[in-house]
Every structure is written in structure tokens, then in C-alpha cells.
Design a protein around this ligand. Sequence first.
Ligand SMILES: [Zn+2]
Length: 287
Amino acid sequence: MSWFKRENVGSEKMAKPENGERRVKTEGLWLKCEGCREIIWKKDLEANYNVCPKCGANSRIEALTRLELLLDGAYKQFDADLASSDPLEFVDQRPYSERLATTQEATSLADALISAEGTIEGRKVQMCAMEPKFIGGSMGSVMGEKITRAIERSMAQKMPLVIISASGGARMQEGAISLMQMAKISAALMRLDEARIPYISVLTDPTTGGVTASLAMLGDLNIAEPGALIGFAGPRVIEQTIRQKLPEGFQRSEFLLKHGMLDAVVARLELKTYISKALTFFCGPVQ
Ligand SMILES: [Zn+2]
């Protein structure tokens, strides 16, 4: 199947890189790097896991690509069909159920998180990766449940846990139910801590709101990709509240590292080696 899809991508008319339609899969061959503003061949960028070959800026990647980058090869997925039941029957500009259905079709995922078990340089781990394209990677009941189950599997099998965050925060369409996930996950992480099983939190662009306020900052190690937006409330809200201008680079990885909120900033292509070394430090060499 993918043979034909690739053919189509290649034969597409060249789209203007600035047309903003970056979500469509067959949109064109060139992209503009947000770091150095250079035009890059899309395939070059993709082959390099969306790290700009010219300036090293990280643009967002899908959850599946993330797992491919960090895990050794084949992995097992859990709860792939778990989907939200729209408990509030919420309607904003359009019904939440409809928004879910279109997003599910566009991303081929049931919700904004992939939960997997695989190996990192030979060591078995539980790994969860958020999908920023799925309603902003927002955390609702499904993400909360999937992460909690992953934590429970980590405990049952004494396996380290790695969670890669890429999320705008709690999913407002699920109201208080999505907020409760913060408490649920945090409680499960506390039990994981008591069981002395390491949890590494990887914060990527963007990690904000309820995800920052719970699981993303609760790792035994909290590491981030360069230049990632990490925060709770947005800069405008903070400026209006404290009535002060915020400093340069506020809420970016490097700023947070400098102010003691993170343990390390690690380049995307070095993440796997870094995590593997950290796990060896925590658990000893692979048995
Ligand atoms: Zn660049």
C-alpha cells in the first residue's frame, strides 16, 4: 500500500511552503525551518527525525516516529482501541464526538497517546508517547487511563517507565474528568516511586497546562528537547496577572534548565543513548 502512497507524494505539485497546510500528507516537498528560516527538502527533514540538518532545530514529530526513534525495533502496543465516550456530550464550535471522529480518521489513532512495551538498547521498558496532532495532544480520560495502566504494568513487571510529553494540557471537552487524570496519574506515579522503579519524563514541544502540572514534572529525571515550550499558563496570561514583562526565552527548555526546573536538555538524536545510560545508572547493566 505504501508503495503507491509514496509515488503520489512524489508526483504532487509543489506547494508553496508558506501555505500553512502542513497537516495534509501530500502537501508538497519543501518546508521552511522555524529555527533558521531555510527551505529544506521535506524528505531530508523526515529522514533526520524532523531535526533541521542546517541548524539542528527540532520540529514536532508524530508519536509513532518517536517510538521508532527511541525503541530498538518491534514493540507491543496496549489499549490502542481505547476511545473517549464523550461523557459530557460536549459541544463547542462543533460536537466533541464529531471532532473525535475526524481526528481519529486523520491520525489513525483512537486517542492522543500511544502506549507501548519495547526495548531501549536491549532493556525492556514501558513507553508512552503523546501525539500532538490529536486535538493538541490533550489529556482526557483515555490518556489518563492508558498512562495509569502503563504505570501499573511497570510496577507488575518491574520495568522502567518513559513518557514523552507533547501536549497542550487537559482536554477541555472532557471538563473536570480530564482534570482528574492529573490526580490519578500522580497517585499511580507515587506508587511507582515507592516500588523504586525509575520513571524518566521527556518534555518536548509543547508541554503545557495539566500535563506539566502533573506527570511531566514528576520524573526521577525530567529531560527536555532543545527549544521546547514548557510551562503551565501561557505567557500572556502570566504577564497580565503579574503585570510585568517576561524575560527573553521564558518557558523554553534552556531557561528552565538554568532555573533548576529540568535535569537536562538533550538533543533529539541523542535522547536514546541518554535514556539508556540513565537507566543503566538507575537499574544497573542490562541482565
Ligand atoms: Zn534550521
